[in-house]
Design a protein around this ligand. Structure first.
Ligand code: SF4
Length: 410
């Protein structure tokens, strides 16, 4: 006689996640909501995000399926509610893709749906990613009126030749106009800038960063152009500045931003006082986030385990599945042995590091699980442990992946 295997419980069965386990989280971390809007005008050759060129998947002139996608997001969020029951959401980040392709009316409806379904703190930070295309810029003020509190603009560069090399659809004039408009419509905003671009010299990089700082932005995120697998650039790599030149560019950027009153509070993020991105700080602090939308990732904690989830990537499949009540592609419990490394991948990106208490509270692990690695990192001069905080040294910050790998367990 064969016995039937016990069926795996459905991911939304909260009793499955609440059952006893070997971790012990005394309280749950703050919760954020991420919403993915997956379409772009054109796919950039370096981009490995879950972004889809709208014109490649639609009939000529066809409008974005805003309402159908918003219906799917609402259904998706409704299905996920049992996992976050009773919890307050502290920030919302609408990313993509190019979310600013959605109309202000659609963003207004999206935020109304969110507010109807989850408890949002009254001062919640609500970020929207935007690109500097002309018709999107005309909408910035209306996005603010719809409830967006923070705009993050994908400027990348103010140099026409470099924008072209990056395959961006906007030019310098549009980038300047977008930042001007953002500064008028938002108290806080971010500029995404890239460096180590094809053909970029130190002088070009300096001009870009000076131009960006000329707008007195409250926040800048600076990214090194990297050739990610499965991108056009990975197949047809452009010639990039040498590593030493790229390091020198980053040093110059850090110097210029410091002169302008922005401090580097995370590997890629620079902010004026009071303008750090709450949403991203929650990620880096190993806080929780529910991700809805095509390909969105979630990390959610329960009293005795930490779970990760990914939604279906392809927008149409996602929409259909979400409307049918289940858009989740994969769900997994983070293994106890993997938690220290996962925590360090995030928390050590922060200039101010983390508190040992936060480590214990957010992983549910005792300090003994990282004591040996912490000692090795201190012996190498990579980390300082003082007053219950762990802070990367200058050297540790420069060799971050080596420091993080000390916390890997086979
Ligand atoms: S605009 Fe942004 S998300 Fe869209 S393809 Fe380019 S880099 Fe990717």
């Amino acid at each position: 006689m064969t016995s039937a295997a016990t069926p795996e419980p459905h991911w939304s069965d909260v009793r499955h996640w609440m059952r006893p386990g070997t971790l012990s989280l005394p309280s749950l971390p703050p919760l954020s909501l991420y919403i993915h809007l997956p379409w772009c005008i054109k796919k950039c050759p370096y981009c490995d995000f879950n972004s889809h060129e709208w014109s490649a998947t639609s009939q000529p002139g066809q409008a974005l399926p805003e309402q159908a996608y918003l219906d799917a997001l609402r259904a998706d969020l409704t299905s996920a509610l049992p996992l976050i029951w009773g919890r307050t959401v502290h920030s919302v980040f609408i990313g993509g893709g190019t979310p600013s392709l959605f109309s202000p009316e659609a963003i207004d409806r999206l935020l109304s749906d969110v507010r109807a379904l989850v408890r949002l703190t009254p001062d919640a930070e609500i970020t929207l990613e935007a690109n500097p295309g002309t018709f999107e810029v005309d909408r910035f003020r209306a996005f603010a009126q719809a409830g967006i509190t923070r705009l993050s603009i994908g400027v990348q560069s103010f140099n026409d030749a470099h924008l072209k090399a990056l395959g961006r659809v906007h030019d310098r004039a549009q980038a300047l106009a977008a930042v001007n408009e953002a500064a008028k419509s938002f108290d806080t905003f971010n500029l995404d800038i890239m460096y180590a671009l094809p053909g970029q010299s130190m002088a070009d990089c300096d001009t870009d960063i000076r131009t960006a700082l000329g707008f007195a932005p409250p926040h800048i995120s600076i990214y090194h152009l990297t050739l990610e697998p499965n991108t056009y650039f990975a197949k047809f790599p452009p010639v990039l500045p040498a590593d030493d030149d790229a390091y020198a560019m980053l040093d110059r950027i850090t110097e210029r931003t410091a002169e302008a009153g922005l401090s580097r509070y995370e590997v890629s993020a620079y902010a004026r006082d009071g303008h750090r991105c709450w949403h991203n700080l929650n990620y880096w602090g190993f806080g929780d986030y529910l991700g809805i939308g095509a390909g969105a990732h979630s990390k959610l904690s329960f009293a005795h385990r930490v779970m990760r989830q990914v939604r279906l990537r392809e927008p149409r499949l996602y929409q259909n599945a979400a409307m049918a009540g289940d858009a989740v592609a994969s769900t997994e419990t983070v293994l106890r042995k993997d938690l220290p490394f996962e925590y360090m991948l995030n928390a050590l990106r922060l200039r101010e590091g983390f508190s040992l208490q936060d480590f214990c509270e957010r992983t549910g692990l005792p300090l003994s699980s990282i004591n040996a690695a912490l000692q090795t990192a201190q012996d190498k001069g990579w980390l300082l442990v003082e007053g219950g905080r762990v802070v990367p040294t200058e050297r540790g910050f420069d060799f971050l992946s080596d420091v993080q790998s000390l916390f890997l367990v086979d």
